[in-house]
Ligand binder design. Structure first.
Ligand SMILES: C[S@@+](CC[C@H](N)C(=O)[O-])C[C@H]1O[C@@H](n2cnc3c(N)ncnc32)[C@H](O)[C@@H]1O
Length: 254
């Protein structure tokens, strides 16, 4: 089945994504550094810095992978849980704790962000790093995120974006296709493993449209913070309700 066919329906995409991340989990950290030219950690730290973490805040990091954002949130004082559908990713996140390379207070579980195993209003903060682009049903995922956020709770998401200008967009997608195919071929003998980034981005509505969806679903102040000149984006959105006081001395979202 071609990559295009594998992403053509929500069920097919869910199956493909599960298999894909199971395959690449072992090399995920290395590849993320290489494909982002070492910038990925700084983008994640920027997202975590915008989270206005209060000590003891309940945080949920969706599609947590090997746990970078989860660990950042714990270091900033949150009680954070990382959730990911790929059990190998969760194993790798836990192994960082066991090896003493990450804070032990982080909790991890295997789960699907389309059907979160938490009650309504369970979290002050929900984050997702490269998560929204991978779900089979974006609207359903946003509804789940809103459901588990407490009134006044904050949602932050980092992901690729499609630049609005046609020339830049075509060039960017071509670049991601070529580089992704080469890396996939060299590392996994399958160009589609990383060509998936460009292909999923083609199907992604774009950061501004996602901000519109957040507003439609009752989030307030949904906005897009461009990263890397708009090639990437961070979404910031809040659930209506009383906003918890930020920690003393904290700067507002950049
Ligand atoms: C590109 S990785 C991002 C990992 C991590 N957030 C980071 O920024 O390094 C995308 C992750 O989304 C996870 N994922 C995909 N679909 C998911 C779903 N429906 N529910 C939970 N996790 C999912 C994958 O298993 C994978 O670990």
């Amino acid at each position: 089945m071609s990559l295009r066919e594998s992403l053509s329906t929500p069920d097919a995409k869910a199956r493909y994504v599960r298999r894909l991340f199971g395959t690449i989990a072992g090399r995920y950290d290395l590849i993320t550094v290489l494909l982002s030219y070492g910038r990925d950690r700084a983008w994640k730290r920027r997202l975590a810095g915008m989270a206005e973490v209060r000590p003891g805040a309940q945080a949920l990091d969706l599609a947590c992978g090997t746990g970078d954002i989860t660990f950042d949130l714990v270091r900033r004082g949150a009680r954070a849980i990382g959730l990911d559908i790929t059990s190998r990713m969760i194993d790798l996140a836990r192994a960082k704790v066991t090896a003493g390379r990450a804070p032990a207070a982080a909790g991890f579980l295997v789960g699907d962000m389309m059907a979160l195993p938490f009650g309504d209003g369970s979290f002050d903060l929900v984050t997702a790093g490269y998560g929204l682009r991978n779900v089979p049903d974006l609207d359903g995922a946003l509804d789940e995120i809103r459901r588990v956020l407490t009134p006044g709770g904050l949602f932050l998401s980092l992901d690729f974006d499609r630049p609005p200008g046609r020339l830049l967009r075509v060039t960017y997608l071509a670049y991601l296709t070529i580089v992704g195919s080469l890396v996939g071929l060299v590392l996994h003998g399958d160009p589609d493993t990383y060509r998936y980034i460009a292909e999923s981005l083609r199907r992604y509505p774009g950061a501004e449209a996602v901000a519109g969806k957040l507003r439609d679903r009752g989030f307030t102040n949904a906005r897009v913070v461009p990263v890397l000149g708009g090639l990437m984006a961070i979404h910031v959105a809040r659930v209506g309700g009383p906003v918890p006081a930020p920690p003393a001395g904290a700067a507002g979202p950049a």
